[in-house]
Ligand binder design. Structure first.
Ligand code: IMP
Length: 418
């Protein structure tokens, strides 16, 4: 089975944990978009490992591929490799990197800083990792790719094009940059592959591939709340172009959602909770960015938005995360519709100017006021929690494969053994 694991909200849904649990059933795990703006936290026993660019499957010793759709910041990648090696993981044996993946240069971070500064009141609130400018150069056909790091003369020429077309006003020590990139190449190139052949070999052999999404659907450059989005296709749409796999070979799409909502960075968030309850959820859920440490904005579950996300991705199964965070609440709200200028909206529109004006219509559930932390059998959940979950399942008309009741692998209710 080839499975896509996708964030159904604005990222940080807990994809790292799900992928860690599922990956043992797969022969290859593939990242297909994004870069080190992602932060997947995986807890294994006593250890907490945060991955930014490397697929989470690596922790289980599963072959892992960084696809062509990913943008790579070499120093971060090398740090990640080092940290994993220090944890006893044989990264160099299992990690492969597409020769066509683009490189994030120091200039990209600088360009992003300036661009955010200029936006004043309309900042995106990016992670500051240079992801947007790296993709801009990719689509501007002046980007530097992994494969370029092995050819000094061509790399030099490409850097000339880059600096003559863009960044004319930036002070860059070009020779130094060239040497630095060639040095990174010495570490990265031995791991590089022609990823289309690599991945399609697994497909031909009938192996199972897990595609690991980063960020979430509402941050997708095409389907998210543009311009408050990331610069890649973080929905299931990104798999084919970011990994080199035909849509014909994708079997299931597992949508990951928390049982509430969070968002980092700017942009509309209709179900955002204000005041002390937001702080309570943030504290209990540990809602601080894995990459930037920024406090995440917290709000109620938004089923109206999730329905859209399910449509865009063709979500065929759900993983519901962080149930235990809601344990102490007296009541739990869920948005089922929006009102815009007094009228009920027919369907969700990811237009930030409309979303800033909508008023969610909530359905309120009684809290269960009991600990669900660590529950691993659905029978042991309080009846109110089951009601809440059943409502979500029925509303979205999608099966639930997994419910998470705590950060570690064991704190999980598995409803479908794939
Ligand atoms: P960028 O991806 O750094 O360009 O940031 C664009 C938007 O996406 C900002 O709102 C970020 O906070 C958000 N974003 C990027 N990566 C993540 C993530 O992994 N989790 C949650 N939000 C993210």
């Amino acid at each position: 089975m080839n499975l896509v694991v996708i964030g159904a909200q604005w990222g940080d849904e807990g994809k790292g944990k799900v992928i860690d649990i599922l990956s043992k059933k797969f022969h290859l795990v593939v990242r297909f978009q994004g870069g080190e703006n992602a932060g997947h936290t995986v807890i294994t026993g006593e250890k907490k490992i945060i991955l930014h660019t490397i697929p989470s499957g690596i922790i289980r010793g599963i072959p892992s591929l960084i696809g062509n759709g990913v943008v790579i910041h070499p120093p971060t990648l090398l740090e990640e490799i080092k940290a994993l090696e220090e944890n006893g993981i044989d990264v160099r044996r299992y990690l492969k990197i597409s020769r066509n993946a683009h490189i994030v240069l120091p200039i990209h971070r600088e360009a992003e800083r300036i661009s955010e500064e200029r936006r004043k009141g309309r900042k995106i609130g990016t992670t500051g990792k240079g992801i947007g400018p790296a993709y801009e150069d990719k689509y501007g056909r002046r980007g530097i790719r992994v494969g370029d790091l092995e050819r000094k003369e061509i790399l030099k020429e490409k850097l000339e094009v880059l600096f003559s077309e863009k960044y004319m006003d930036f002070e860059v020590e070009r020779e130094e940059l060239l040497d630095q990139l060639l040095e990174y190449g010495e570490y990265i190139l031995p791991l590089s592959v022609d990823s289309v052949h690599y991945i399609n070999f697994f497909i031909k052999e009938g192996k199972n591939i897990l595609f690991e999404g980063a960020q979430g659907t509402l941050l997708d450059i095409d389907f998210g709340t543009y311009p408050y989005v990331t610069s890649s296709n973080s929905s299931a749409a990104g798999v084919s172009s970011g990994a080199g796999v035909s849509p014909r070979f994708i079997d299931e799409v597992l949508g990951i959602t928390k049982l509430y909502t969070t968002r980092v960075g700017a942009g509309p968030f209709p179900t955002e909770i204000r005041g002390s309850l937001q702080e309570f959820i943030r504290g209990k859920g540990g809602e601080f960015g894995a990459t930037t440490g920024r406090p995440r904005r917290c709000g109620w579950l938004d089923l109206f938005a999730l329905k859209y996300s399910a449509t865009v991705n063709g979500i065929s199964a759900l993983a519901l995360m962080k149930l235990d965070v809601l344990d102490e609440l007296d009541e739990i709200k869920v948005a089922v519709q929006y009102k815009h200028r007094g009228s009920i909206m027919e369907s969700y529109l990811p237009d930030p100017y409309i979303l800033e004006e909508v008023e969610p219509v909530y359905r309120t559930f009684k809290g269960w006021k009991k600990s669900t932390r660590g529950v691993s059998d659905i029978k042991d959940l309080p009846v109110e929690a089951k009601d809440y979950i059943n409502f979500i399942k029925d509303f979205l008309e999608i099966d639930v494969w997994l419910i998470s009741t705590g950060p570690s692998r064991e704190e999980t209710i598995i409803l479908k053994d794939i």
